[in-house]
Design a protein around this ligand. Structure first.
Ligand code: NAP
Length: 356
């Protein structure tokens, strides 16, 4: 396989799971944005060949500046533009051993179907997306692929064209698969260790509980850390989590603990006065002063948000199990109304608007 990925047609016969790894180690990032450029860039900086499929805005920046990766621990890595395999579509690709699906939830179906048309049946695709339904949506759109769910616990922001910054910490996780076990040493070498789990759902819900703050953050207009340091906003987040926890209890799902506090203790801790919260949640607050959620960026750029994959998922679970989630419903409406009412709200205004 050459680095331009321009070799001839790939074999189309289905191969047993795991065999794709024989002599093939290329990863394909489908959706080169914050997460895709970060994870793909780390792999490439560690010597793994990576193909990045993305939009002209992102690819042009990478062509002009190369890829710069920084993190909150202060490390910097770079991949020069000439070393990047950048494409606007998946057509004509050499078969990748691993596909990392890194698009936003609304683009899952289209992106997975595009990949399926271009890679051999059986190719492993890992959804590196938030929410709990993207892997199933990708599998439904691409039945010939082997799809696994993944979970990215940290925050990545594009600080400048081609410059991606990890602003929080945590370990990547995915549903177990034999080929992913073979990839684990490469992820570890790349500084993005990958943990494998028989069942990822508890972790995905654990992450989704924290992501319920994305809507609060987006509507606050503030950087994440500054927003979390205001009790009124934390009370909004606590109310969203309360409703999710009630739905999860009714559904018999135990969300994983992704912070020093267990999920059930989060709402109480969030409602504490800021001086106490600051001490109790010191690790949770280890966030770059500039970090924002991607939903905030989506609103700022007039893009579709992932509200349906986050608060919407809580609403669906609560409806299925007979619990109530009016706060998740109201905040979803505010996020959807943003294009016609683009107004950052103070904590008190947001509390009043969602009724908490
Ligand atoms: N950013 C974070 O800190 C973070 C952390 C953890 C998890 N996540 C999750 O990771 C996922 C990706 O988030 P992100 O922030 O990396 O999103 P992002 O920066 O918007 O990157 C996704 C990129 O993929 C592009 N794209 C969509 N469909 C495509 C297609 N068919 N072909 C080529 N490119 C395509 C998008 O373009 P368009 O804008 O034109 O669609 C966008 O440029 C989301 O589920 C998010 O919730 C994000």
């Amino acid at each position: 396989m050459n680095s331009s990925g321009s070799e001839g047609p790939h074999p189309t016969a289905r191969r047993p799971e795991g065999l794709q790894s024989r002599g093939e180690s290329r990863a394909l990032v489908m959706g080169a944005g914050a997460v895709g450029c970060w994870i793909g860039g780390c792999l490439q900086a560690a010597g793994v060949p990576v193909t990045f499929v993305g939009r002209p805005r992102v690819l042009d920046a990478l062509r002009a500046h190369g890829l710069k990766l920084t993190d909150l621990e202060g490390s910097t890595r770079s991949v020069p533009a000439g070393a990047l395999d950048l494409r606007e579509s998946v057509g004509g690709l050499a078969p990748p051993a691993l596909v990392l699906l890194c698009v936003k939830s609304g683009a899952t179906t289209g992106a997975a179907a595009e990949v399926a048309r271009a890679v051999p049946p059986g190719t492993l695709l890992v959804s590196m997306q938030n929410g709990v339904s993207n892997a199933a949506a990708a599998q439904a759109a691409a039945p010939a692929l082997t799809v696994r769910a993944g979970m990215v616990p940290f925050n990545i922001a594009e600080l400048a064209p081609g410059h991606y910054h990890r602003g929080t910490s945590g370990l990547l996780a995915a549903q177990d698969h034999a080929l992913l076990r073979e990839w684990q040493p490469r992820f570890a070498r790349a500084g993005v260790p990958l943990q494998l789990h028989a069942d990822l759902l508890p972790l995905q819900w654990g992450k989704l509980l924290l992501n319920l703050n994305n809507a609060v953050n987006a509507l606050s207009g503030l950087p994440l850390r500054a927003q979390l340091l205001q009790r009124d906003y934390r009370i909004c987040m606590a109310a969203l989590i309360d409703e999710a926890l009630a739905a999860l209890r009714a559904a018999g799902i135990s969300p994983a603990k992704l912070t020093p506090l267990p999920p059930a203790a989060l709402p109480g801790a969030l409602r504490l006065p800021t001086a106490i919260f600051r001490v109790l949640a010191a690790r949770m607050l280890r966030i770059d002063a500039k970090a924002r959620t991607s939903m905030a960026d989506d609103l700022a750029h007039g893009r579709a948000t992932e509200i349906d994959a986050l608060c919407g998922e809580v609403l669906r679970l609560s409806r299925r199990h007979g619990t109530a989630a009016p706060v998740n419903e109201r905040i979803s409406e505010l996020v959807r109304a943003w294009p016609s009412d683009p107004r950052a709200r103070s904590g008190a205004e947001l509390r009043a608007a969602i009724g908490v």
